[in-house]
Design a protein. Structure first.
Length: 287
């Protein structure tokens, strides 16, 4: 018999119940923390004068502090709208409507969207797609830079340097919600997730793997390379290329660990993200 060595903490997703359906959830706080800390980190990079010395910046950063504040409003909308729509379309409708139709974890989707349309926007119940959020953020950055006449790749470098912060907190939110668990395993650090199906068997805590790889490790690599001058913002797109390569490589590594009720589509999407991000990274790095 396979036994889980590490107990799943089973944290209540709701931090504070306010009134009726109104509550403060760890899920929302994780996203807020990621966005606010990412914002603060980008501002810190802007204030580091040596990063903007020489051509093409000549001592002037590619955007102002006000630009950063406005951009993060756009990014927040991109994360929320893109992430939620991606989940609804890819998982709630595509997966639950076909391959996973009737599975307990689908909770009656996609029919439930017709019965109660509020579920389409109910991100507070969990359910955000990385792939949709990524597309939403890219659209937000491109549109913002076009409207403000800013250097797209230079702005992308700044946001890429802070992206692992948001990825880390997003995966911690997944862990607290007990979603996106991994495959059944007998490793010593396996956990039994209460919402997993089939229930009662230990699995890889894949959310923590992702938080460590895409979050802590990627942030540390980018920060150290920026500090050491290896990642030069004067080579526009270089930091964005490194981040894209790191995320793509991490996701390629994670495919074997990630399972859950959406395992087939999740693995296919991870493969797609890898196949798109790695060539993009190479293009940015060698240009």
């Amino acid at each position: 018999m396979i036994e889980a060595i590490l107990p799943y903490p089973n944290i209540d997703p709701v931090l504070i119940h306010i009134y009726g359906p109104i509550s403060i959830r760890w899920y929302a706080l994780s996203y807020i923390a990621g966005l606010l800390l990412g914002w603060a980190y980008v501002l810190r990079l802007l204030r580091t004068q040596k990063l903007w010395a020489g051509v093409p910046f000549m001592g002037k950063a590619p955007m102002t502090a006000d630009d950063v504040g406005d951009l993060f409003v756009w990014i927040t909308l991109g994360v929320i709208i893109g992430g939620r729509l991606g989940y609804v379309l890819l998982y709630g409708m595509l997966y639950c409507g076909f391959a996973g139709h009737g599975a307990p974890a689908c909770g009656g989707l996609p029919e439930a969207y017709l019965i109660n349309p509020v579920k389409i926007i109910a991100a507070w119940e969990g359910g955000m797609s990385f792939h949709g959020g990524l597309i939403g953020v890219i659209i937000a950055i491109v549109t913002f830079c076009y409207n403000r006449n800013l250097r797209l790749l230079s702005v992308a470098d700044l946001i890429a340097a802070a992206t692992p912060i948001g990825l880390f907190f997003g995966r911690i939110a997944n862990f607290i919600n007990g979603e996106l668990w991994g495959k059944i395993t007998d490793v010593p650090w396996a956990m039994v997730f209460p919402n997993a199906f089939p229930p009662g068997v230990p699995r890889h805590p894949s959310q923590l793997y992702e938080a460590g790889l895409e979050g802590i490790m990627l942030f540390a690599i980018l920060a150290l390379m920026i500090r050491a001058g290896v990642t030069d913002f004067r080579a526009s797109g270089f930091a964005a290329g490194l981040a894209a390569h790191g995320i793509g490589t991490a996701r390629a590594f994670q495919v074997d660990a990630v399972a859950g009720v959406f395992s087939g589509i999740a693995m296919s999407l991870n493969a797609l993200v890898t196949s798109l991000l790695v060539p993009l990274a190479v293009t940015l790095l060698v240009r």
